[in-house]
Write a protein that binds this ligand. Structure first.
Ligand SMILES: NC(=O)c1ccc[n+]([C@@H]2O[C@H](COP(=O)([O-])OP(=O)(O)OC[C@H]3O[C@@H](n4cnc5c(N)ncnc54)[C@H](OP(=O)(O)O)[C@@H]3O)[C@@H](O)[C@H]2O)c1
Length: 307
């Protein structure tokens, strides 16, 4: 008697709204035999997202949410334990989508700057904690590598977008000397891209690949929720009409493309909205990679330092 393959387990951070939600819709409506887990910080918002997703899911697919507050390393560890315990068959894909742009300087309970912890540190930690599950997942679904996708932003590059260019320094890593919400969003995405490259290199030729995708500029999402009213109105009604802008559905589709067989077969690639591209020069600098990888490992309490 033929055995039924277990559903492929896909884990996504966020996904109850925005670009991640659009990607989740595509996963559930166009793939088959998939179980999608969303890591969400607010149970009410998570439930609303999940019930909308259930309405579009193909018959063979299922979706649930589990609690995940990325501003807390303890919550990230609990979420990873929950995933490891719930899915002994492993996981097939990890999409690190959640993100925010904190406009005022806030320190998390772990004493890191909010943008840096939510957008980079916590999701790096989650990727490391779920590596054993991703390896097990490859044994369960051996046809293609297990895959980690970092949702990046082209704003990690100098000269892209408006405002101050990224300026990631050890001296001001917590924003105590100078703080600007956009600058720290950009710094967090730069640190993420920098560590993505070393993580991919550390897993070279193994069963898990690591790539990044910038979904394009999507002015209509809630990423701007902490901006002033005038900015939010302008983004929704004027800036969203310019040719450089994408819809949330287009952004979600770009993230979705990154989990396809051909793209997950690659390792260490930075995709942008046109296809395979390049992350910033700074993020590809081996000295910077070593510096920020070591800082990141120390911050999240992992000891895999690059010598
Ligand atoms: N919009 C753009 O132009 C753009 C461009 C490039 C890259 N990106 C990236 O795309 C990703 C998705 O952004 P989006 O535009 O879709 O924004 P969004 O609509 O605000 O969605 C952000 C998601 O992240 C979740 N989240 C935020 N803080 C969290 C925390 N502390 N713990 C757990 N989850 C948290 C949110 O949950 P709640 O619903 O609970 O708030 C939501 O599900 C982000 O990584 C962003 O940096 C966006």
């Amino acid at each position: 008697m033929a055995t039924t393959a277990p559903k492929k387990v896909i884990v996504m951070t966020g996904g109850n709204i925005g670009i991640g939600f659009e990607c989740a819709k595509l996963i559930l409506s166009s793939l088959s035999n998939v179980h999608l887990v969303l890591g969400c910080r607010d149970s009410g918002r998570a439930d609303r997202g999940v019930s909308k997703l259930k309405a579009v899911a193909a018959e063979s697919n299922t979706v649930e949410s589990k609690p995940l507050q990325l501003a807390s390393f303890a919550s990230v560890r609990r979420f990873a334990e929950d995933i490891n315990a719930s899915f002994p068959q492993g996981i097939h894909t990890l999409i690190l989508n959640a993100g925010l742009m904190a406009c005022s300087r806030q320190l998390t309970e772990d004493k890191y700057e909010m943008n840096m912890q939510v957008n980079h540190l916590s999701q790096f930690l989650l990727a490391q904690l779920l590596l054993p599950s991703l390896r097990t997942g490859h044994a369960t679904w051996p046809d293609e590598p297990s895959s980690v996708i970092f949702v990046s932003s082209s704003l990690h590059k100098a000269g892209v977008g408006r405002g101050k260019d990224p300026n990631l320094t050890m001296e001001n890593v917590d924003g105590a000397l100078e703080f600007d919400g956009m600058l720290f969003y950009r710094n967090s995405k730069l640190c993420q891209a920098t560590c993505m490259h070393l993580m991919a290199a550390s897993l070279k030729d193994g069963p898990v690949t690591v790539n990044a995708i910038c979904p394009g500029f999507v002015p209509t999402t809630d990423l701007k929720r902490e901006s002033g009213l005038a900015t939010r109105i302008l983004m929704d009604n004027v800036i969203s009409k310019v040719s450089a802008a994408s819809t949330a559905a287009e952004g979600g589709a770009r993230v979705f493309e990154t989990i396809a067989k051909d793209r997950r077969a690659k390792n260490g690639v930075y995709y942008d909205k046109e296809g395979p591209g390049e992350s910033s020069e700074e993020s590809r600098d081996p000295a910077k990679q070593k510096l920020w990888w070591n800082w990141t490992c120390q911050a999240v309490g992992l000891d895999s330092l690059v010598q």
